[in-house]
Design a protein around this ligand. Structure first.
Ligand code: NAD
Length: 417
């Protein structure tokens, strides 16, 4: 038997097709929303520390800007493809819309293995990316941010390169910056925090008690580590398992999230953590936990393993972790799936707050960021939940209907369709 290679953009288009049918969009609007409005492919020559020149391929996709400038992270990954970036840019479009931010959707990617690059090579790559794209970036055009394997330091180099090119201070060109360069308080854990807020809301409307409930985290990077820490702090849940790209750890009695984060930061890997047993990624996904946080990459919950999933709530912090086939299986099993572009919208929401603060050159206290984020996420969840009840559909489909309808309306008002 041959299986089709996994293509996230095919999935993103299928999801739009379904939403378009439900929303009864006209043909022109439907077709417009199936495609990125602007795609940029650049080839970057970068000097390596040994004096050689390495060529990197990179992309920036501005999917749809009807509701505002493109917004979305830059991912550095060895398996990056233009179709992955297209899909992620589409999801950003529905994400900014579902939380009602005045932004469009975009995404960037560089095909590289950051684990093999020195700090100076990373800096040269970050600067090369911005040099190649500078004409298409800016607060009124497209604002990048961190994503998988890109960091506040990388954002700082990118901002500096952009400001050097245009010859003026322009911190809003990029978000997820370090605090000292105009970053927002609360951006570091915003993605996970937003996911925790919507998990709280979903549990409340479904009568699920989270106090002392078990959680498992797949992918122990920015989103995953903070989900574990905040799951403990805000929802009083108990972390029982976590994994990274190499291995996983499991202790049904509970793992201190802070101790595990500490171990990961010190050692770079989860392996070797003393107070837990080893577990594979597949085993972790199948644990009988109350909340599962997929927080690594796309395509992890598939038709072949969805039947094994036993959580009550699956909070998709990663983008695209569940395939459409798997989605149907989870739905049949009665698992509440908090869809990626709602569940992980906290990151872009605080990125938007960062842009607002940069524009005013006036910075908010952490409590204000948390309060505003909670309000946005709670409202977004309520809107999606209401749509799901009214239309008798799952939360993902409901989130699509809310997000896509707003983008379609903006396209229509502009006279594009
Ligand atoms: P990160 O680079 O900080 O962490 C990714 C983690 O995933 C790493 O610990 C890595 O070891 C692990 N991982 C990679 N492959 C894995 C595998 N096959 N199995 C298990 N673990 C694996 O990235 P991040 O910023 O935390 O992003 C994680 C996900 O969240 C991505 O899908 C990203 O698009 C999404 N996301 C992130 C943000 C953000 O603000 N950081 C916002 C929205 C969505």
């Amino acid at each position: 038997m041959t299986t089709e290679p996994f293509n996230p953009f095919t999935i993103a288009q299928q999801q739009i097709d379904q939403a378009a049918e439900k929303l009864e969009l006209d043909k022109g609007t439907h077709e417009l929303l199936r495609w990125p409005m602007k795609e940029i492919k650049v080839t970057l020559p970068v000097k390596m520390d040994d004096g050689s020149t390495k060529i990197f391929h990179a992309f920036r996709i501005q999917y749809n800007t009807a509701r505002g400038p493109a917004k979305g992270g830059v991912r550095w990954h060895p398996l990056e493809t233009i179709d992955t970036v297209r899909a992620l840019a589409a999801w950003m479009t529905w994400k900014t819309s579902v939380v009602d931010l005045p932004l469009g959707g975009g995404k960037g990617g560089v095909v590289c293995n950051p684990k093999e690059l020195s700090q100076t090579e990373k800096e040269r790559l970050a600067r090369a990316y911005v040099r190649a794209l500078a004409g298409s970036l800016g607060v009124t055009k497209d604002v990048p941010a961190p994503d998988v394997y890109t960091t506040p330091q990388i954002m700082a180099w990118m901002m500096d390169e952009y400001e050097t090119i245009i010859g003026e201070n322009h911190p809003g060109v990029i978000t997820g910056k370090p605090l000292a360069l105009g970053g927002s308080k609360g951006r570091g854990d915003a993605t996970a925090r937003g996911g925790i807020y919507v998990t709280r809301e979903a549990a409340a409307v479904n009568g699920i008690n989270l106090d002392g409930a078990a959680m498992a985290v797949q992918g122990f990077g920015n989103a995953g580590q903070n989900a574990a820490l905040l799951g403990e702090e805000i929802l009083h849940m108990k972390l029982v398992a976590a994994s990274d790209s190499r291995s996983g750890v499991y202790n049904p009695k509970g793992i201190s999230a802070a101790a595990l984060v500490d171990h990961k930061i010190k050692n770079g890997v989860l392996k070797g953590f003393q107070e837990a047993d080893e577990i594979t990624n597949e085993e972790l996904l199948a644990l009988p936990v109350t909340v599962l946080f997929p927080a690594a990459l796309e395509n992890v919950v598939r038709a072949d393993n969805a039947q094994d999933i036993k959580c009550r709530i699956c909070c998709e912090l990663a983008n695209g972790p569940t395939t459409p086939d798997a989605d149907r299986i989870l739905d049949d099993k009665g698992i509440i799936v908090l869809p990626d572009f709602l569940a992980n919208a906290g990151g872009v929401t605080v990125s938007y707050f960062e842009q607002v603060q940069n524009a005013y050159n006036l910075y908010w206290e952490l409590q204000e960021v948390h309060w505003r984020l909670d309000k946005r996420m709670t409202q977004a969840f309520a809107g999606v939940y209401e749509m799901s009840k009214r239309s008798k559909i799952g939360l993902r489909e409901a989130a699509y209907l809310v997000g896509v309808a707003r983008v379609a309306e903006a396209c229509k008002l502009r006279g594009w369709v």
